[in-house]
Design a protein around this ligand. Structure first.
Ligand code: FE2
Length: 468
């Protein structure tokens, strides 16, 4: 019996060792996925909704600091149409209870492209934790959607975020979106930048911005996506007269930046349930005395962990990245802000840019100076966990080359597409999981119980599964 058990143990050990590579650091998954690049799905795949001048590319995001407002955005292709959104509580059947929010319209030109009529309307003074219907369009061509407002901000309010980055519009992107969409737990998406990848096409073909808007509508018309700008939002094309960075992005995706005293939609903050979310811009100035630096310096001390225990930062370029892509691109921002993040006990930093998945240990590298010789990251219980989730599945393909050996700060890394779920339970615990596209939604390839840095700053233990 004993020898049989020993044989089984040896077999299991050999099996595990054969599927994972143990390095100086954590786990490098050897999960195999196809390496061919997926091209963008053709423009024709993303058909506009039926009806003349039907509102399309409908998307919502949080419209104020606390979740009682929603920005509704949509495009009408042929003429301006109605600027209003009609909305009502889902539990109200009396048409007298329909309300209207009036928006405004923008258009823009980009090289040889002219946009449709881009509408943005902010619905304010909503009740917390309430389902609303909203309706766009006029006459025979109206479209109806719904959203549910978050619970009132508070320290033990449970809430579940999805996390997606670098999505694009390929068949892999579609798999990622479908996979997330099939998970009924996600209530809002933290999007870490690089949306449509229109700029990878000749003259930054802005029709790709339209098709992307149609592509994501099935989810983002019903739950808010919290936007971060990436490098693919820059759309800087001076040789063809396009010299204003972020022009299509800023016209299409509005965020409530003024509510957090920001002077730019590229960096801002919101509170949602028990989370305080700070969005930063990797592609705007952040050196000392710049607007973003000054804003963040003022912003971090405002976070009241008695009210919002979970402090989460979104940015596009990762600060800790052990893949052979975008080496040290996040380093200058890390040097500027990392000590603040440790001082203020940020729980999580979410980034994209690298088209793979990686999760760090709680580490910091803030003791370095020119004479002390200490230049490596060290374990730090006050430091955030850094997650790179640029694995949405865009046309640039997967990042599958790792630095070797795996650095000690890297807890788990894998070259697969997927998304994450952050399930906040209360002020002390949140369950975090990463879901690769090839698995069923209940399967988590990497997961751990996060311990809040302010309320419960004890070490975490992860659970990783390298095979589905
Ligand atoms: Fe990027």
């Amino acid at each position: 019996m004993t020898s049989k058990r020993t044989v089984v143990h040896v077999f299991v050990s050999v099996f595990i060792l054969s599927i994972i590579k143990l390095c100086n650091g954590g786990v490098t998954s050897s999960y195999y996925r196809k390496l061919e690049y997926s091209t963008d799905l053709p423009l024709e795949v993303f058909t506009p909704p039926p009806g003349y001048n039907a509102p399309e590319q409908v998307h919502i995001t949080q419209g104020d600091q606390t979740g009682r407002a929603v920005i509704v955005s949509w495009v009408t292709p042929s003429k301006p149409g109605s600027k209003s959104v009609r909305y009502w509580r889902a539990d109200t059947h009396n048409k007298q209870h329909k309300h209207k929010a009036h928006g405004h319209i923008k258009t823009y030109k980009y090289y040889n492209y002219t946009s449709g009529y881009i509408h943005h309307a902010t619905i304010r003074n909503l009740e917390y934790n309430t389902k609303y219907f909203y309706e766009l369009g006029t006459g025979h061509v109206t479209r109806r959607f719904s959203f549910t407002t978050p619970p009132k901000v508070g320290p033990d309010v449970p809430y579940t975020f999805g996390i997606i980055g670098d999505l694009g519009q390929t068949s892999d992107s579609n798999q990622t979106l479908e996979h997330y969409h099939s998970n009924k737990k996600g209530q809002a998406v933290l999007f870490v930048g690089d949306l449509s990848y229109a700029d990878n096409h000749p003259f930054h073909d802005n029709r790709k911005w339209d098709t992307w808007g149609r592509f994501i509508e099935k989810n983002v018309a019903y739950q808010p996506w919290i936007w971060t700008a990436g490098n693919h939002e820059l759309d800087f094309l001076p040789e063809h007269g396009e010299t204003v960075p972020f022009k299509p992005y800023k016209h299409r995706y509005h965020v409530p930046y003024k509510e957090s005293k920001s002077t730019s939609p590229l960096w801002y903050s919101i509170k949602r349930a028990s989370a305080y979310i700070i969005v930063l811009s990797s592609y705007s100035a952040y050196g000392k005395y710049t607007p973003q630096y000054e804003w963040l310096q003022e912003e971090l001390p405002k976070v009241n962990r008695e009210e919002t225990p979970w402090l989460i930062v979104l940015t596009h370029t990762p600060w800790y990245n052990s893949l052979n892509y975008h080496y040290m691109e996040g380093e200058s921002m890390r040097v500027m802000f990392e000590s603040w993040f440790v001082q203020h006990k940020v729980d999580l930093v979410l980034a994209g840019h690298v088209h793979a998945y990686e999760r760090s240990e709680r580490i910091s590298n803030i003791v370095y100076n020119i004479t002390d010789g200490l230049c490596a990251p060290v374990m730090d219980p006050s430091a955030p966990i850094y997650i790179t989730i640029g694995d949405g599945g865009n046309m640039e393909g997967i990042a599958n080359s790792f630095t070797e050996p795996q650095p000690s700060y890297s807890a788990y890394r894998e070259a697969s597409f997927g998304h994450s779920i952050l399930d906040i339970k209360n002020r002390t615990h949140a369950h975090y999981s990463w879901h690769r596209n090839q698995d069923g939604e209940p399967v988590a390839a990497d997961s751990l119980w996060l311990h809040n840095r302010y309320w419960y700053p004890y070490a975490e233990t992860s659970t990783t599964t390298t095979m589905a």
